[in-house]
Design a protein around this ligand. Sequence first.
Ligand code: FCB
Length: 460
Amino acid sequence: MDYQFPEGFLWGGASSGPQSEGGSTEGDRVMSEWDYWFSKEPERFYRQVGPSVTSDFYHKYPEYIEKMKAAGVKSYRTSIQWSRVIRDCDGTVNEDGIQFYNQVIDELIRNGIEPMMCLHHFDLPLYWVEKGGFENRETAYAFARFAAVCFGRFGDRVKYWTTFNEPVIIPETGYLYQRHYPAVCDAGKAAAVGYHVQLASSLAVAEFRKSGCDGKIGIIINLTPTYCENPEKAEDRRAAEILDLIFNRSFLDPSVKGEYPVELKELLEAEGILPEVSEGDREMIRENTVDYLGVNYYHPRRAKARTTVYEGPLMPEKYYEPYEFEGQKMNTSRGWEIYEPAIYDIAMNLKENYGNIPWYISENGMGIQDEEQFMGADGMVEDDYRIEFIKEHLTYLHKAIEEGCNCFGYHLWSPFDCWSWTNAYKNRYGLLRVDIYDGCKITMKKSAHWFRKLSENNGF
Ligand code: FCB
């Protein structure tokens, strides 16, 4: 064994409620922003496959859990859909939704899989969307009330909680890059939304502490380490620093340190988009930092100073230009760079600048288009590229752990093929293949067999 991991290391996988469950109208669930958007603009979704299809986890969860176990998954993170559990703005609890998640949690535990629950995975219920979503401060308080219901109902069995998955995606893709609802481009709104999401997270952490639950509360942040083309050049360093402030430190600092970076405040102030802060907010954020972090890592960012004048609406592009270099590795299905050493850089940054907070890789993975082309004669997907991808990332994680970083697990996105927002089923990420056009038949890929050994041996 070349790479042995610490005892009790969590080998597992992640998915989310909206991306796996389907059953979108069952158990009296109400619409989320995704159901609504799909009903209005199905053409935005790859092959017009919407959130009501997904992988049918709602009906097939016992089989999924059994097969995840066979693939060596020891811990599973998914999310509780607000729209399944709470019926309306008044906070009326939907007992059918509670019952569904109770069954899932119990089934996971029965199979020796640690349940880890996230409370928001880009899926606001429509009744809050109609009130302005996170542009409206009220939504943050409503989120905390929903969180309190979940802690009360599931907190006796769930020990690992997270408030948000990739909070920065909410302002980034909804209010700048127009890939999620409401698909507008407005930096002022983006800043306000980002602030209210952070407030919502801190309020939920406060609820968790009040609940007295015996567990830990964290947040899942997608970190995109930022590198500049020429570290000797002050303008290049500055371009990378600004991207880091916007995309990484905007949630990392308040969640872990309890305060925003001064440089970020200065930047927003200079642009005239500093969000309105109410009395008591600062204390709320300062006093309710997280116990641990989930880190989603897919790709780095490459920045150099702009060489041309930026015209157009206020966007991060105002401050930088991306650069490419010879030998840069790409996942062409996704258009994402593959850069494994960034895992080590993330780990060292958390160790040196964030008090060595406990953390785990909550997502890392390889999305592949038309994966059936790799299917062997026996129908098994021979995904050696996925095995290599995982190994290469783990090599850097191992090095960081040897050097004292506080990482307690690795979760693959995803244990099974699932729905990816407007990309729907374009890219497959799973250890388990899901045939969505054939009754969601579930089969092991080669990587599932490999992952099982990885998890059994606690290394490779
Ligand atoms: C991440 C999201 C997750 C999934 C993967 C591919 O950014 O958290 O929902 O779509 O990307």
